[in-house]
Design a protein around this ligand. Structure first.
Ligand SMILES: [Zn+2]
Length: 218
């Protein structure tokens, strides 16, 4: 039986780094819907073109299109041990559709992991992010400033704050995420399928807690 894990976490919680670790250790395919979309759009598949027709109108891509992409992805050989679903499902409707999709294959979701941290901590991490204009190196005004203010350590380029990294924009992103996923968290919690991980801890400790939760779910 393959393992299907779902990983959630608000922007700034370090989910991406943890996902990289987990997929390597567990030998799972890392499936992020953002990547799926980009791939389908690039290859101009039927699903990609369908998704594009909605995106061009500024409309939300319907759940069955997204589910269709996950369904396609499940045919790839690297998913034989299972999948680490990253940022998917986004809604209860998607969660139900995913369960149906897995049930068709006699599979179930093994566990749901939610890395959480207080809003002000997330904002402190994201709202202080500065980027090198030239090489793209990332800095944090509080925790990892460049040695010389405004100058990149790597290439000497100008370090600036991107518009979408401005604190007010990041605060909005965090709020939207938390509002959108709240019903989903309730949904999984009510089913006893989810472990909440404390994202205030060090990266190593968060990883250890994730692994312990997965072990226990066996
Ligand atoms: Zn640079």
């Amino acid at each position: 039986m393959a393992d299907y894990l779902i990983l959630f976490g608000p922007p700034g919680v370090g989910k991406g780094t943890q996902a990289e670790h987990l997929k390597t250790t567990l030998g799972l395919a890392h499936v992020a819907t953002g990547d799926l979309f980009r791939d389908h759009l690039k290859r101009e598949t039927e699903l990609g073109n369908l998704a594009k027709s909605y995106m061009d109108r500024g409309a939300l891509v319907p759940d069955d299109v997204t589910i269709g992409m996950v369904r396609e992805r499940m045919k790839d050989p690297d998913t034989q041990n299972g999948m680490l679903l990253d940022g998917f499902p986004r809604t209860v409707a998607q969660a139900e559709a995913l369960e149906k999709l897995l049930a068709e294959r006699d599979q179930t979701i093994k566990h749901v992991l939610f890395i959480n941290a207080p809003k002000d901590m997330l904002l402190e991490r994201l709202g202080n992010r500065w980027t090198c204009k030239k090489c793209g190196a990332i800095y944090n005004a509080n925790t990892k400033p460049p040695k010389n203010a405004g100058v990149c350590d790597v290439c000497g380029g100008v370090v600036y704050q991107r518009d979408d990294d401005k604190p007010e924009v990041q605060a909005k992103r965090i709020n939207v995420y938390l509002e959108q996923t709240a019903p989903l968290i309730e949904y999984y919690q009510a089913r006893g399928m989810m472990t909440m991980i404390d994202g205030r801890q060090s990266m190593d400790q968060v990883y250890a807690d994730l692994m312990a939760a997965i072990e226990q779910a066996k």
